[in-house]
Design a protein. Sequence first.
Length: 312
Amino acid sequence: NEIKVFCPATIANISCGFDVLGLALGSVGDEMVIRKTELPGIVITRITGQDLPLEAQKNVAGVAGLAMLESLNYQGGFELEIHKKIKAGSGIGSSAASASGVVWGINQLLGEPCTEEQLVRFAMEGEKLASGTPHADNVAPAIYGGITLVRSSDPLDVVRIHCPSELYASVVHPHIEIKTADSRKILRTSISLADGIRQWGNLGALIAGFYKEDYALISRSLEDHIIEPIRSILIPGFDEIKQQALAAGALGCGISGSGPSIFSLSKGEETAQNAARAMSDVLSKLDLEHDAYVSGINTEGIKLITGKGVSP
Ligand code: HSE
């Protein structure tokens, strides 16, 4: 009746796939304990690592869990303990980890009544609370694992994308806060046809590059001429960080989700380590406190750490 799960951090957008592409990280993520109780609803008993609301209706995990219970017309309830390792507002899917972890865990404890697609839909309710928009490009890779493409969010249509075996991500998180809702407000609501053509050329080629494990094609396609020029203004040192990551051998570099984290993708772990160091050095020179991570791609998504789900 109690399980502990690992909820991965995620990189949304991956440069040219604004609001549609995302990938899950292997070594960075939250932990969550989910306990079945008689009391109806969701009760959050403890949150460590971050100062976040305990009240279920104000917490992304609470809202996602409640959406699931309501849809299932479930009369009992669940207690949650959330151990945040991903900082809120960092741009690597902190709210998505909480929202998807809870619904995945409840599904296990109830004998898997829901499909992964339904879980994404419930988790999107949590995302809506966090950013004002129910985007699925973080919750989909968290739940499915690997790389995912949200072809459509209404009706929901999530496509799993092949993940090249030697792909590694490097992430630096400068300790400044950028709220997703704010960094969405500064975006233009229309784009030119010329920009559209460039972006979907890159997006199509990036997906082809993932399938073919063609790292040169992946590298050529990791571009974003629409969102990055606007959002990067909010991130000190962005252009220099990008330049240094590429000089260190990364395939490409861009803003992770809505920032402020910056990611780069590399072929092989050693190059990813070099890229992370190069990116981190720029932030150190700017005297900007930051974290840096290197991670493989998590192809499993959310994982059980302890406890056992109920067999369907
Ligand atoms: N696609 C979303 C955005 C992700 O860039 O606003 C937020 O993490």
